[in-house]
Ligand binder design. Structure first.
Ligand code: 13P
Ligand code: SF4
Length: 384
């Protein structure tokens, strides 16, 4: 394999590979051109003008040009906690995706405004479960006579109304860093779990962390009558997994792991739990983005790593640890196009607008949804 100076394979894609307008939302203002050489300085000045009124959160998948302006970086769990821990900030600018900004709005005071620099920064996985589909699924579980023993657990990567659904129905939210604890809690509250929307995180956690078998899991397909399952299949399952997945992590293959091991003897394979079960079972280490960073930072110099997660983070890790070889696991996988929507022009536009007294791209959740979503989020935050 050809490795660049930074330790990355040469098949890394450029930012122009990022397809735009995924959700068809155009910026409502005048975006500065990406070619403006003053963008970095403009962001710095606007941020300075806003001072303590502003707090910028950056998810690990954000571009370098954006992450340099984050006051805190983290995985979904850490960012949710950080948002909740900043009651003094008037504006929380969330450099991440829509469901993260919604959660930040739910966890902050009404007086605080959460801003997503590009409203098109969604998440394809979160879009795989709509509120109506989830309600329909619950009716199927009621008809099968099992709803009162099922605890709904939704991954953070879901809309606020699905989090609220879980809050109303005795369930909770989880992230990739606490899925095991959330499932353990859920099985203390009931006998079965409806896990949505990421079937892979649900299956990987149930089988590899809780010791359930693959036969304990069924997949509910929202596009088929009754989810494509009989009442008996639903009743016998311990885990009812929603048929959703991450379009980025779902592309890593077990063959890529084999290929990497053949090319780089001794390589450590480290993947995110949104990867498919066949990939995760072949990996050496599995965990959230925060875990991935910690694992590589604590690894000995000279060690080799193949990382199966979003490319911006892998590139950054390769640059941060030049004494270790950090490569991208699979050449067919590219950036998360929606995370990549947040670029420097959008950030500058958002910060300058706020500094000029204009509130733009505010993310709000209606009070009833926010109340019940917060119940589900608080259950997660209270996990031991
Ligand atoms: P983390 O919580 O591990 O950062 O994951 C968020 C995400 O969207 C991964 O695709
Ligand atoms: Fe959503 Fe996947 Fe992007 Fe994470 S990497 S934000 S799960 S599409």
């Amino acid at each position: 394999m050809t490795i660049t100076e930074s330790g990355l394979p040469l098949f890394v894609l450029g930012r122009d590979a990022d397809p735009h307008s995924e959700r068809g939302v155009d910026c409502p203002g005048e975006l500065p051109p990406a070619s403006d050489p003053a963008l970095v300085e403009r962001a710095r000045v606007a941020k300075e003008r806003l001072g303590d009124r502003l707090f910028v959160l950056g998810h690990h998948y954000q571009r370098d040009e954006v992450i340099q302006f984050a006051d805190v970086t983290g995985d979904s769990f850490k960012l949710a906690r950080e948002a909740a821990a900043r009651p003094g900030a008037e504006y929380i600018v969330f450099c991440g995706v829509h469901f993260m900004a919604e959660s930040a709005d739910i966890l902050t005071a009404d007086s605080q405004k959460v801003v997503l620099p590009d409203l098109a920064a969604g998440c394809s996985m979160a879009d795989m479960a709509s509120f109506d589909q989830v309600e329909e699924c619950w009716e199927v579980l009621e008809d099968a006579g099992i709803a009162d023993r099922v605890v709904p657990i939704t991954y953070m990567n879901s809309s606020a109304d699905i989090k609220a659904f879980c809050g109303r129905n005795g369930g909770a939210v989880c992230t990739s860093s606490n899925a095991k604890r959330a499932l353990t809690w859920a099985f203390e509250q009931g006998q079965q779990v409806l896990f949505l929307p990421d079937q892979h995180l649900g299956r990987n956690t149930a089988v590899l962390e809780l010791g359930l078998s693959l036969d304990d899991c069924v997949v509910y397909n929202p596009h088929r009558p009754d989810g494509g399952l009989t009442a008996e299949q639903l009743g016998n399952a311990k885990m009812i997994l929603w048929r959703g997945h991450c379009s980025v992590h779902g592309r890593f293959t077990p063959e890529a792991v084999d290929d990497m091991r053949a090319r780089v003897p001794g390589v450590n394979v480290l993947v995110h739990p949104e990867c498919r079960h066949e990939v995760v079972t072949k990996a050496d280490y599995v965990g959230s983005t925060e875990y991935i960073i910690r694992t590589i930072s604590e690894a000995p110099a000279g060690s080799s790593w193949a990382v199966g997660t979003e490319l911006n983070l892998v590139k950054r890790l390769a640059g941060m640890f030049p004494d270790k070889s950090v490569a991208f696991l699979d050449r067919t996988v590219c950036y998360c196009s929606t995370m990549n929507r947040i670029d420097l022009p959008h950030l500058v536009w958002a910060l300058e607008s706020l500094a000029a007294g204009e509130l733009v791209n505010q993310i709000t959740v209606d009070p009833d949804t926010a109340h019940w979503a917060k119940v589900a989020l608080d259950r997660m935050l209270a996990l031991p």
